[in-house]
Design a protein around this ligand. Sequence first.
Ligand code: PMV
Length: 337
Amino acid sequence: MPSLKNESAEALVRPDGCRAVAHSNIALAKYWGKRDVERNLPDVPSLSLTLAALSTTTSVRFDPDAASDEVALNGAPAEAAAAAKVIALLDRVRAEAGLRWRAHVASSNDFPTASGLASSASGFAALAVATLGAAGLSWPAPAVSALARASSVSAARSIFGGFVALEAGAAEATPVAADVAAASLRMVIAVTQTTPKKVGSTQGMLGTQRTSPYYGAWRGAAPGIYAELRDALARGDFERVGEAMEHSTLCMHATMLAAAPALIYWNPQTLAAMSCVRELRAGGTFAYFTMDAGPHVKVLTLANQADRVRSALETLPGVHQVMVSASGGAARMVEGA
Ligand code: PMV
């Protein structure tokens, strides 16, 4: 006989399911390293900008007649490993709610996933919002952020719009008030590869933590870089923001380079784009670079200089596509499941 808990959980389910949109984010102060692998907690603080131009739309529908969960990514059935991560989030919500029904999940990105551009941040943020909505649950934003973080640390930040912080060891992200900066700045993304990356972020960071002699130095330096960036942002001192951002990415990649085996996410186009950014800056343009667990180069610039940065990057051989993004909003449910 079903328990009362189960009966009430299933009565809350929205019959038509729920659809949600979340934007990707780029960390200015990087997260790299896990404090607790089991609980997926970050070892260093990070600070990101949510991006309007890169988003994931996900729909979830719990179905009393479905025998198993069904997951489609960009119109095709998800591969086993990706489906398992999606199902783990569904399971967390089902366990919390006492809900037994399986679900249909369909997710798609409005940016090229195969290129290796980070999609887990927007993907798990959209999945968290859509799953809770489909289950008829209304959790406060910090709890939604913690749910997304359990699947992907960077996804915790995509629950919020604008600048977002995630402290070391924290379960959930928090928005950072910097509205003027968010409106004034742009992220220009140079796509330097069209094939998926070979080493995912979890595998990469665990290898770095285990083997890089510089991991301890990174762990020691990251909080100071984060504090500097946060302070510069609060003061609207964009040059200091840019300097701290470059320092963060270079420290992170330095610790990866010293891992055994070495973790080298860059390709020759990455270096060409970095040097293009430095030349732009020498010529008086506001432009600073950052790279994540991949070869793409993301450039922080001002709204009124974004076209100049885009044109310069577009002329580089091996740059496949250049996107310009303004600050994006919070993850949210959308009409019409
Ligand atoms: O949380 P993940 O697995 O998407 O890892 C993100 C790691 C970086 O993109 C390199 C840095 C960051 O803070 O987003």
